[in-house]
Write a protein that binds this ligand. Sequence first.
Ligand code: 6R9
Length: 664
Amino acid sequence: MADAGSSAKRAKLAVDERDEVATVDVIARVKSGANISGLDAYRALYDSSLKDSDEFWREHATRFVSWARTFDEVCGGTFADGDVRWFAGGKLNVCYNCVDRHIPTKGDEVAIVHEGDEVGSVTTYTYKDVQREVSRIANVLKSFGVRKGDNVAVYMPMMAELAFVMLACARIGAVHSVVFAGFSSESLRDRINDARCKVVVTADEGRRGGRTIPLKHTVDMAVAMCPTVEAVLVYERTHADIKYSSKDHKLTPLLEAARPFCPCEEMDAEDPLFLLYTSGSTGKPKGLLHTTGGYLVYAAITHYFTFDYRPGDVYACVADCGWITGHSYIVYGPLCNGATTLMFESTPLYPDHTRYWDLIQRHRITQFYTAPTAIRSLMRFSNDAMAKFDLTSLRVLGTVGEPINPEAWRWYYDFVGKRSCSIVDTYWQTETGGHVVSPLPGCTPLKPGSATLPFFGVETALMDGDGAEITGNSVSGVLCIKRPWPGMARTINGDHARFMVTYFGAYPGYYFTGDGAFRDKDGYIWITGRVDDVLNVSGHRLGSAEIESALIEHEFVAESAVIGCPHDTKGQGICCYVVLTADAVESSDLLAELRLQVRTTIGPFATPDYIIATPGLPKTRSGKIMRRVLRKIIAQETDSLGDVSTLADPSVVDILIEKANEAI
Ligand code: 6R9
């Protein structure tokens, strides 16, 4: 069983202790020439970004992005009306901005460095190379009838070609929907069907951590139940001998035959750029829609300031393009800024735990961006092996995906950054498109565990249980954003009503993040985690409802309740309580089967840490499951269960405690 139980010990700061945390003033390697220098400069620019918002965004939209036609209006619409738009009337193409416009000045400079699964299997692509490769696949897509506004599903490993496909879609005005290659065929099927995709791009197999992932096989199972799919285009990553049916097309010969130039489609600022599915607290995953102008401006400006990007840098975000982090900070932000961006196909532990350090040393990486879960898994090893690598190229170290515990922050700062790098704990979401709360290197004094201060143009607010805004400092509440920002998602595919209810229903006039936060005495923001039923497992969002419905599909499950539990490396683990049907016999085999059921329905990253069979769930008299009680039980905080007298059957609590203790 996983080591979730012991994690209760993990250092967790109590709210009032956060006010006592001193700032760390590190900026040695960043200081000279930082893109913005000092807290005063930040405050001045931040204030003007709110006070003269239109002017701020007009100036930066023109500075970071090239427009085929300038926009007539900076921002229009409101949260309340659900019609927010940015840069209306502006025309542009995202791929032109990320590739073509850099060619006159840096056509022969490296745009993408790809490090494959095996150590040192490196391929580099200049901006000219990228233009050629993107054009080829764009022309192939067109030959399959993909046109402006069509949705294309992408289910690929972290090959450079994944970025090419994304850029190719942007080039011809198609809307990509990248599905993380760790999702199951059922998850993929639902996403393809929700977006009515007509083409799916995949690879024969993936390679990750020395293992082979049968991607095309998964696509076959999904597409069998996707009536809209006309063609499946297959990159040959491993050249495995796989089955090709009449809808399937090997890309190798098609790309060889394709013209290596494809013109860029002129897009409206508010035309869709991509869909990306993410878990919500209820029901099926939401296909969030991002549009062209605002998203690109926001990805580029945040990449520039948060990572203190400078020409000549080798910037590396080791996330997967299947998540928003890969979209904004591997592909769109860095390439829009003309950067050299690294794509990493492998894992931090392959072939051993020094892979990242070797990567940094060999590529002379200047900015390194990863997740707290990876940091926690690496800090278990002795630092001696790391000490043999030259990490002095680093200037900025980033984290994303979940709150970073101060212990992990310290280790990242002391040992990876050698106390000379800025740590940027970037808080944001699929919905926000880019960073909304983050330190800026050489600018924001750091506090281990705090995402610090809002990005330019982002007005944060904390709300109380009655829906009122909490003023002042040293306060906790629900984190909201008070005004539109360019990178925000515009809708949920096919369900604008759900978009409105989910994000603007809870606090009218505010965007609701779903996260809790503490604002300390200096106004610094500390994210405390989700306040809804969304789990965050190794930085991946999972809805408890999704896992519950996967369990319920099993013939022997009558009822289930899924909650997050503390976990040493993953941040949160998955704990499932199941009530078996009357004719079921509880056995370790059956529980293993249920675990497998979740794994195959959603994907391996959703594998439960605990499955606990129980005769009943703690429910109120109105039938609502008291998840708080379940959370406390698995976290072994049974002395603070709170009031359980309102439960329909309070005796179930003792049984649950006993069962949980057995499982741990
Ligand atoms: C970018 C990304 C979003 C959720 C978000 C929050 C958590 C992300 C965080 C963080 C604390 C940070 N989260 N960054 N929590 N500190 N620096 O991860 O997007 O997959 O949509 O997840 O992740 O709970 O609401 P996404």
